[in-house]
Write a protein that binds this ligand. Structure first.
Ligand SMILES: *Cc1c(COP(=O)(O)O)cnc(C)c1O
Length: 469
C-alpha cells in the first residue's frame, strides 16, 4: 500500500480530492477507508428506506436477524453438502410454509427458497408449462390473469408463453371471475391469481376464480390449474384473515409463491415457491446436488445464492410463530386503518383499499375526489421534499385514465409515523393550493423515483398488455 500522505484528515486525502473513478475500470488503488467514505457519502442521496412507502419489501429487521445475516455472509445455499444445517433450516421453512398454506402433505411436498417472488413465479410458471407439455399440449402456451406484477410479463417474454390479461370492467379494481373462462383454451397452462395486487393492494377473489374454473371443467373438460401469486398476502392472510380461502384448501391451486422479504419479515433476497403435491413439480425441473453423502433435489434459476435469507427466515418463524406473526401483522393493519381514516378525513380522497384485513394486504390506496387543482403526481413530488416516497401511477388496462396512490405499511412503521405523514400531506396540499403549478406534473416527471415493483410496470409493458387483449 502507498505511504499515507502527510495529512491524516480523511477529507484532505488525495483520492477524495480527485473525485471517484466513474467510467473506465480504474488503474490506481486507494486505501479502503477512502473508498468506503466515497461510497458511503454518495449513498446519502438515496431515500430513507423506512420512509419509502412505495416498496413492499422489508426495511427493518431486528438486531438478532442482523447478526445472523452477518454470520451467514459466506454461506452459499447451493452447497448443501458443505452447509448441511443451512440446507436443513431451508427445508424446515418449506415444511412450515406448506403447512401454513394448508398443503395436503406439508412433510413431503416440494418447495424451495428463492431470491424473491419473481424467481418463485418463474418456477411456478415453468412447472405449469412443463405439466401442460407432458399432457400433450402443443403450440403456443398461454396463461390468464388480471392486473399482475411485472414479473409475470417477464415470465411470458423470457419463456415464450402468451400472457392473456383480462381487462378490468365497470368500477372493479380486480378481475371479474366471470370473465375468466372466455380467455381459457386448451393451451392455457394456468390462471395466475394475485393475493394482494400491486396496484391497489386488493386481494383477488380466488375461491370464486376456482369455482369458475370448476364450472368450466364440468362444461368443457378443460382442467386449468391455479397458481397463486401471494407475494405479500401469503404471510398476512393466514394470520389476519384465517377464514379467507385462497390457498391449497382449494384443490385447483397447484402452486403458490410469496416473498419472504415482504410480509414474511425476512431481509431482502428471500422468497418461497411451494407446490401442492410432489407430482405438481415435474421431475424434469429437478436437479440433484450432493448432500451428506447422498443427494438433494434443487430447482432454482440461480446456482449460487446467499444462505442468510433462509436462515433468518427460519429465525423469524420460530421467534414469532403464529402468535407473533398475528400480533405483528395486526398492528400493521391498525396503522393502515389509522392512515386511511386520516386521508378520508381530508375530504379530498376516495379510498380504494382502506387497510381492512379481509380486503387486501397491509396497504392503503386512494384516488382524488374531483379536481382540487392538483394531481397525485404533484402531491407525490411535494411529499418527496419531506422525504416521503409514495408512488402515484395509472391503473392498468382498461382504466388507465385513472391515477391512484398507494402506501404500503410495513413492520417498523408506527402510528406516530402515520401521524407525521398525515401532517405532511396536509401541509403539502396547503402549499399546492396556495402555489398551484401552472403545468401539473406528468407521471414520468414525478414518478421517476419509484423504482419499486409496481412503478416498474413500464408504459411499454402496459402497451403490451393492451395489445394482447
Ligand atoms: C412484489 C411482487 C412480486 C415480485 O416479487 P419480488 O419478491 O420483488 O421478486 C410479484 N408479485 C406481486 C403481487 C408482488 O407484490
Amino acid at each position: 500500500m502507498a505511504a499515507l500522505p502527510e495529512s491524516d484528515d480523511l477529507f484532505a486525502m488525495p483520492d477524495l480530492d480527485r473525485g471517484a473513478p466513474k467510467g473506465t475500470f480504474p488503474d490506481p488503488e486507494m486505501p479502503a477507508q477512502e473508498a468506503y467514505q466515497i461510497v458511503h457519502d454518495e449513498l446519502m442521496l438515496d431515500g430513507v428506506s423506512r420512509m419509502n412507502l412505495a416498496t413492499f419489501c422489508t426495511t427493518w429487521i431486528d438486531e438478532y436477524a442482523q447478526r445472523l445475516m452477518a454470520q451467514s455472509l459466506a454461506k452459499n445455499i447451493v452447497d448443501k453438502d458443505e452447509y448441511p444445517q443451512t440446507a436443513e433450516l431451508e427445508r424446515r421453512c418449506v415444511r412450515m410454509v406448506a403447512d401454513l398454506w394448508h398443503a395436503p402433505h406439508p412433510d413431503t411436498t416440494h418447495g424451495t427458497s428463492t431470491t424473491g417472488s419473481s424467481e418463485a413465479a418463474m418456477l411456478g410458471g415453468l412447472a405449469a408449462k412443463t405439466r401442460w407439455r407432458k399432457r400433450g399440449g402443443q403450440g403456443v402456451p398461454n396463461f390468464v390473469c388480471g392486473p399482475v406484477q411485472v414479473c409475470w410479463e417477464k415470465f411470458a417474454r423470457y419463456f415464450d408463453v402468451e400472457i392473456r390479461q383480462v381487462p378490468l370492467r365497470g368500477d372493479r379494481y380486480t378481475m371479474h371471475p366471470d370473465d375468466l373462462a372466455a380467455h381459457c383454451d386448451s393451451n392455457t397452462i394456468m390462471v395466475v391469481a394475485t393475493m394482494g395486487q400491486t396496484y391497489t393492494g386488493l386481494f383477488e377473489d380466488i375461491a370464486a376464480m376456482s369455482a369458475t374454473l370448476d364450472e368450466l371443467q364440468a362444461r368443457t373438460g378443460l382442467d386449468v390449474p391455479l397458481h397463486v401469486d401471494a407475494a405479500s398476502g401469503g404471510f398476512l392472510a393466514p394470520f389476519t384473515a384465517p377464514d379467507l380461502v385462497w390457498d391449497f384448501r382449494l384443490p385447483r391451486v397447484k402452486s403458490i409463491n410469496a416473498s419472504g422479504h415482504k410480509t414474511g419479515l425476512a431481509p431482502l433476497g428471500a422468497g418461497w415457491a411451494i407446490w401442492r403435491d410432489t407430482d405438481d413439480l415435474p421431475a424434469e425441473l429437478i436437479f440433484d446436488v450432493d448432500y451428506l453423502g447422498g443427494s438433494m433435489a434443487t430447482f432454482n434459476l440461480n446456482f449460487s445464492r446467499p444462505g442468510g435469507q433462509a436462515i433468518t427466515q427460519y429465525y423469524d418463524f420460530i421467534r414469532l410463530g403464529r402468535t407473533g406473526y398475528t400480533r405483528v401483522q395486526s398492528a400493521i393493519y391498525r396503522v393502515c386503518r389509522h392512515l386511511a381514516q386520516g386521508l378520508s378525513d381530508t375530504g379530498l380522497f376516495e379510498m380504494i383499499h382502506d387497510g381492512s384485513t379481509e380486503q387486501g394486504i397491509s396497504a392503503v390506496s386512494w384516488k382524488l375526489r374531483g379536481d382540487p387543482g392538483f394531481n397525485l403526481y404533484d402531491l407525490s413530488e411535494r411529499l418527496r421534499s419531506r422525504g416521503w416516497l409514495i408512488a402515484a401511477y395509472p391503473l392498468p388496462a382498461d382504466r388507465q385514465d385513472e391515477t391512484i396512490m398507494r402506501a404500503v405499511i410495513r413492520h417498523g412503521f408506527t402510528h406516530d409515523m402515520a401521524d407525521l405523514l398525515l401532517a405532511d400531506i396536509d401541509r403539502c396540499i396547503d402549499q399546492l393550493r396556495k402555489h398551484p403549478l401552472s403545468v401539473p406534473l406528468t407521471r414520468r416527471e414525478a414518478g421517476g423515483f419509484t423504482h419499486d415493483a409496481t412503478a416498474a410496470v413500464s408504459d411499454e409493458s402496459i402497451a403490451n398488455a393492451l395489445d394482447l387483449r
